[in-house]
Design a protein. Structure first.
Length: 133
């Protein structure tokens, strides 16, 4: 009887130990693995889309800055041409102011020359500023 009891306990233990998960548990485990893999793939796809969106936004921003820089350079070039033309006209006027004018007082001539010199200096400073950029 003792042998029978020991053998029965041994056989029951082997059955209990050898019993693995049933088909439903295996299916649930496989589904959980598949769901986990699908979540990882979906996360990777959404990260890739987000990275692409950020890259495109950076590229768009860079293109806008570049276009703005080009527009600014064109505007500066036009301003530089205009300032140089104004400077040439101001220097020509200075030459005219320095010449003799009948009926103009000496102090009036000196004041006109001083004012014209200020205009010329301002134009030269503007030109230097534009060329420096």
């Amino acid at each position: 009887m003792k042998l029978y009891s020991t053998l029965t306990i041994f056989v029951i233990s082997i059955f209990v130990i050898s019993c693995g998960p049933n088909a439903e548990q295996k299916a649930a485990l496989e589904k959980a693995k598949a769901d986990s893999i699908a979540q990882v793939i979906e996360k990777a796809k959404s990260d890739a889309v987000e990275n692409e969106r950020k890259t495109q936004a950076k590229n768009d921003s860079l293109a806008a800055v570049t276009a703005n820089d080009e527009a600014q350079k064109a505007a500066n070039a036009e301003l530089l041409i205009q300032d140089k033309a104004d400077l040439a006209a101001a220097e020509e006027k200075m030459t005219d102011l320095k010449s003799f004018k009948l009926g103009r007082a000496k102090w009036e001539r000196e004041e006109q020359i001083r004012q014209q010199a200020e205009i010329i200096e301002r134009l030269k400073a503007e030109i230097k500023s534009i060329e420096g950029n």
